[in-house]
Design a protein around this ligand. Sequence first.
Ligand code: SF4
Length: 111
Amino acid sequence: MTSQYECQRCGACCRWPGQVKVSDAEIAAMAAHLGVGDGEFIERFTRLRPDRRGLMLLEKEDNECIFLDGVDCRVQAVKPRQCRTFPDEWNLLEHEEKCQAQKWLIPTDGS
Ligand code: SF4
């Protein structure tokens, strides 16, 4: 058995303290989606990661992601891989306390 999660749009992952790392390609996609240039996007919506190895999305004062609008993501169609894979590819045991995603168990042996 393996598990898969179906998002219930609670927005908890977008309020999770931490870093949303963004690649150059993800920046370009989000900038195009918002109709701004890459440079403007970087200036308005990102900052240097603490390890100085790349950029991350800005957060609001309450830790909420800069792109969270209620329970909607302003860049949903092109959101970063880190967001698209939450919580499937994460190793956060405590996520089930906050995340309301529906968990589905999937047989791996074809039965
Ligand atoms: S980019 Fe969208 S999905 Fe990712 S944390 Fe921000 S609001 Fe949530």
